[in-house]
Design a protein around this ligand. Sequence first.
Ligand SMILES: Nc1nc2c(ncn2[C@@H]2O[C@H](COP(=O)(O)OP(=O)(O)O)[C@@H](O)[C@H]2O)c(=O)[nH]1
Ligand SMILES: [Mg+2]
Ligand SMILES: [Zn+2]
Length: 328
Amino acid sequence: MNQCDDRSAEEGVGSMRGIILRSTGSWYQVSEWESRVVFGCRAGGRMRLDGERSTNPLAVGDIVRFEANGKEEAGLITAREERKNAIVRRSVNLSKETHVVAANLDRAFLIATVSQPSTSSGFIDRFLVTAEAYGIPTTIVFNKCDLVMSGGKASELLDYMVGLYETAGYDVLQVSAKTGLGLPELKAAIAESGVNMLSGHSGVGKSTLINQILPGLDLRTGDVSDSHQKGKHTTTYAEMFPLPSGGYLIDTPGIKGFGLVQLEKEHLHHYFPEMFALLSECKFHNCLHRSEPKCAVRKAVEKGLIAEERYLNYLDLYENFDAETNYR
Ligand SMILES: Nc1nc2c(ncn2[C@@H]2O[C@H](COP(=O)(O)OP(=O)(O)O)[C@@H](O)[C@H]2O)c(=O)[nH]1
Ligand SMILES: [Mg+2]
Ligand SMILES: [Zn+2]
């Protein structure tokens, strides 16, 4: 049962519903559900929920019950609603604990680039597997397209990467935060879902894109190699911004990638949609598409119907699975 319903009954009229925009460990910014007024909240003692091994029982995107504590726009969080999903990574210090990066995501936007820097398909595929496992639809956004000269090497790579992921069944956008190319399409896609997360390597232009989408914010950009950014809370904490369309946009600064938490090696191939679609045509129902006879996936790779690069990334993830569970 929904914990919110549970507890609101006993807490009565003073209780409000809100969504966590920001968390610094012991203090939270909570946006009241209807008015969107932001309250500064602390968490009540009951927040560590049974059976959870995370260092942070409350995360960005969590929907909570809270009570105003008399002072203006300050309150106490009393309960958390059940999560639809949560992106987690292993806690920095405690190997068996996890850190919840964000919860209740409706869509992820993976920002990638083909130059300055170039994003590898290995990184993209690892992200996609994680998102598939959590049931979060993903749009791949190639930014910095203004740097791509037609006919050049970067242009070839861009065409190849776009084809790779469109063929695999993903939505792909080509944008430039600098020139505004493709931004109307990106804004429209973001307005379609409730809670959207922007992810990607440092330096691909996440903050620049968010500044274009929400011009009032004025986020710091271009500090890729800025030494004072290291070790600060910005390396671990996500932040959520309300959108005029009614939804939210989450920035995940400094998060290089997500680990394959709670995922079984033998199920990895389920999260490559174009391979999963062919599983029923393999001779063995539990085919791992490695060296089994009469494998429909390998046949499709040979025929060029499934991209070899995606298949090789699958094999690589499979072979190095134990290492991959250690978050990088
Ligand atoms: N040429 C070009 N540069 C961009 C674009 N978007 C971002 N940048 C630059 O890339 C650098 C990193 O951007 P930033 O938004 O801080 O990346 P983040 O680490 O992903 O948040 C900055 O110097 C930006 O000015 C783009 O579309 N085209
Ligand atoms: Mg940034
Ligand atoms: Zn197979």
